[in-house]
Design a protein around this ligand. Structure first.
Ligand code: FUB
Ligand code: ZN
Length: 687
């Protein structure tokens, strides 16, 4: 790996996002999602399943208090470690753990989002609430540093005995991510210290040394969280532990059988079970994205982090192979991944059904994490293109335009009647839900959107990489010289970007600007920019791996105007994707479009998009949110002559189909299902 290309995200405290599009998303998170989630964490949402997250921390804190007060005489109550159904009477709860077993992570994702949000918009009241929440969480921590309320409350003798299913290391990972983010935002280190103590405890329990456990997380995330903790604290042992977890995965004998030897083992089922946890092979030998999709992309993100920090070539090579397999054979056009609801998992290559798609919001979010980490190793626009695709489509579709309801599953085709009546599609919801018993996606959206700038920009010593175009003001310095960089952008609706520099003194550095894969020609200061893999067009201007590098001695007031034309592109899938055969999807710039019943009427399967269609576009809105809509001259298959008459035969001899001309209307996919229940399709039949 070429050392020179490594880069890191900018501190969010040094970036102000001013972008019309993303600022709006961030404001929804700040004003709607964060306060709503705080109510959810405290079980105050009428008609929603209670979260119990803060309650569990409080109960664990009381157990600690009791232990301290009673000393050796303390006899903990033990609760069975099993699924706990929702209590019928919320007024008479027992002093036990309630809710999903990884409910601690709801708090952690919330505090992470709060941290990011505070960097953009100081809010003393929110910060005070967050500090109180942190006090409650820290009071739950055991003397030895352990901090997971499920085991603290239920049975401390069973800590780390079911890594496969019980998410302790997952909750640790989220806690750590939240703690680092909150510290970086506020400078307050109480939660960070708690996370460090917990990490130290885990380090004392796991590792290659004799007597330590040889396990690894059943649900990955600790790998990347430990790297983050290492980067924050400089403590080598956190990086070491992350690498240990990666090295252990896929080894034999299978740790998850050793930890609970009486687990059922049955031939093929067992093989699938390895794959579900990405433990079918040592990670450096893996080349196909398999198993639970969120787990997979969290693992690959951790692998990329460790590969970057340790220069581990074989780990990096595995990341590249997994990336290629996933994005070229297992990814929806929306950046959705994990095609099947069976195990929320990847299916086989090119198996991308539209109407039963799982495409969990968290999985697309994890894909964004992985993409940014690959970019940190090597700026290649292939990664940024996918990151952008996922963000504007499979991620944003997870949240309603008003920020008040969410999708867990993101299908590319929806027929409400099927969602209600067809068991194979019960996982697909025709409208977004207020909240979920397993509420992983909404707070994951909140933490990603509120930290969006850390995906847009990374930097090395002398290069600022712009991976995503969005309006922002960046406070940078190169070679000790201050450089304020102001970017404005019309993305995702137009491709005009301007970059203005405010410098105290002349300064030499490189701006590396991504050339989006969807754009054919582009201009720099009104002149055609060099081709995507070209030689230098003029002094100090080169193109490499889809990035335009401008190396200059910049002066105060220097500016650049870029234009990436956003034309409508009608896309087809590789012929091996059975479900898309004979169909096409409309895209424009980074945005994928869909047809909805609200604009086109019912029976969308009857609509056709001719090859030589005339396409127009129009600045418009969906429920007041500005968008560009696309219209195409299309056809609708006429009702059979016999339909509506007396004939009722289901089948008839082949005859020439009749069509009528119609205007097809497309809206951005992320904006679907905001106008009530109705049909939707991304891929449309072609003629
Ligand atoms: O298991 C924790 C989270 O819940 C996963 O990441 C999601 O897929 C959901 O299953
Ligand atoms: Zn989720």
């Amino acid at each position: 790996m070429d050392q020179k290309e490594y880069s890191s995200p900018l501190s969010l405290r040094k970036v102000q996002v001013t972008d019309e599009f993303w600022k709006n998303e961030m404001e929804l998170v700040r004003k709607e999602v964060i306060p709503y989630q705080w109510e959810a964490l405290n079980d105050r949402i009428p008609d929603a399943d209670p979260s119990f997250s803060m309650r569990n921390f409080r109960v664990a804190g009381r157990i600690n208090e009791k232990r301290r007060a009673e000393g050796d005489a303390y006899r903990p109550v033990k609760w069975p470690l099993q699924f706990q159904p929702l209590p019928e009477d919320m007024d008479h709860l027992e002093e036990r753990f309630y809710g999903c077993l990884f409910q601690d992570s709801d708090f952690s994702k919330w505090i992470e989002a709060v941290g990011y949000s505070l960097t953009q918009q100081p809010d003393a009241e929110l910060e005070a609430t967050a500090d109180e929440a942190i006090d409650i969480v820290c009071a739950a921590q055991l003397e030895n540093g352990y901090l997971d309320t499920y085991y603290i409350i239920s049975d401390q003798n069973q800590i780390f005995t079911n890594l496969r299913d019980n998410h302790e290391l997952y909750c640790f990972g989220h806690l750590t991510e939240g703690a680092v983010a909150y510290y970086q935002a506020t400078g307050k280190d109480k939660l960070l210290k708690a996370a460090e103590r917990y990490a130290d405890y885990i380090f004392s329990c796991f590792g290659p040394e004799e007597g330590k456990k040889k396990g690894y997380p059943g649900h990955e995330i600790a790998e990347m969280a430990l790297v983050r903790l290492y980067e924050q604290t400089g403590e080598e042992k956190y990086l070491e532990l992350s690498r240990f977890f990666l090295d252990q995965r896929g080894t034999r004998p299978y740790y998850f059988d050793q930890e609970q030897p009486d687990r059922v083992k049955k031939g093929h089922e067992e093989e699938l079970r390895y794959a579900y946890h990405q433990a079918h092979l040592p990670v450096r030998q893996q080349d196909e994205a398999v198993g639970h999709a969120v787990r997979a992309v969290y693992l690959y993100s951790g692998m990329a982090d460790v590969a970057r920090l340790t220069g581990d070539e074989s780990l990096y090579a595995a990341c590249e192979r997994l990336w290629d397999n996933m994005t070229q054979k297992k990814m929806y056009i929306t950046g959705g991944i994990g095609a099947t609801h069976m195990g929320e998992a990847f299916s086989f290559n090119y198996d991308l059904p539209n109407d039963t798609a799982y495409a969990e919001t968290c999985a697309s979010i994890g894909l964004v994490f992985f993409a940014r980490r690959m970019l940190q190793i090597r700026a290649d626009s292939r990664y940024a293109d996918v990151m952008e695709r996922a963000l504007y489509n499979g991620v944003l579709s997870g949240m309603a335009l008003d920020g008040k309801s969410f999708f867990y599953v993101n299908p590319l085709e929806s027929l409400p009647e099927a969602c209600h009546k067809d068991e194979r599609k019960f996982h697909v919801k025709p409208v977004r839900q207020k909240w979920f018993g397993c509420a992983c996606c909404p707070p994951n959206l909140a933490r990603l959107i509120s930290s969006i700038a850390s995906y847009a920009y990374t930097r090395s010593e002398d290069t600022l990489y712009v991976h995503l175009y969005m309006g922002s003001v960046l406070e940078c310095e190169f070679g000790g010289k201050k450089a304020d960089i102001r970017i404005t952008s019309g993305f995702p609706w137009n491709g005009r970007v301007s970059v203005q520099l405010k410098l105290d003194e002349e300064s030499e550095f490189t701006l590396a600007l991504r050339l989006p894969g969807w754009c054919e020609g582009y201009t720099v200061n009104g002149k055609p920019g060099p081709g995507k893999a070209s030689e230098a067009a003029e002094e100090g201007m080169t193109v490499k791996d889809g990035y335009l590098y401008l190396r200059r001695s910049w002066k105060d007031g220097d500016s650049l105007e870029l234009d990436f034309p956003m034309n409508v592109r009608v896309m087809e899938a590789d012929g091996r994707v059975r479900e898309d055969a004979g169909k096409a999807a409309v895209t424009r710039g980074p945005v994928v479009y869909c047809m909805e019943e609200a604009d086109n009427g019912r029976a969308l399967h009857r609509y056709l998009l001719p090859f030589d269609t005339q396409i127009t576009e129009e600045k418009s809105d969906v429920l007041g949110v500005p968008v560009v809509k696309v219209f195409a001259d299309g056809l609708r298959q006429k009702e059979d002559a016999q339909d509506g008459g007396s004939r009722t035969e289901l089948y008839h001899e082949r005859r020439r189909t009749e069509y009528e001309k119609v205007k097809l209307a497309f809206i951005p996919y992320f904006a679907w299902a905001n106008r009530g229940e109705g049909e939707m399709q991304v891929f449309v039949r072609e003629k």
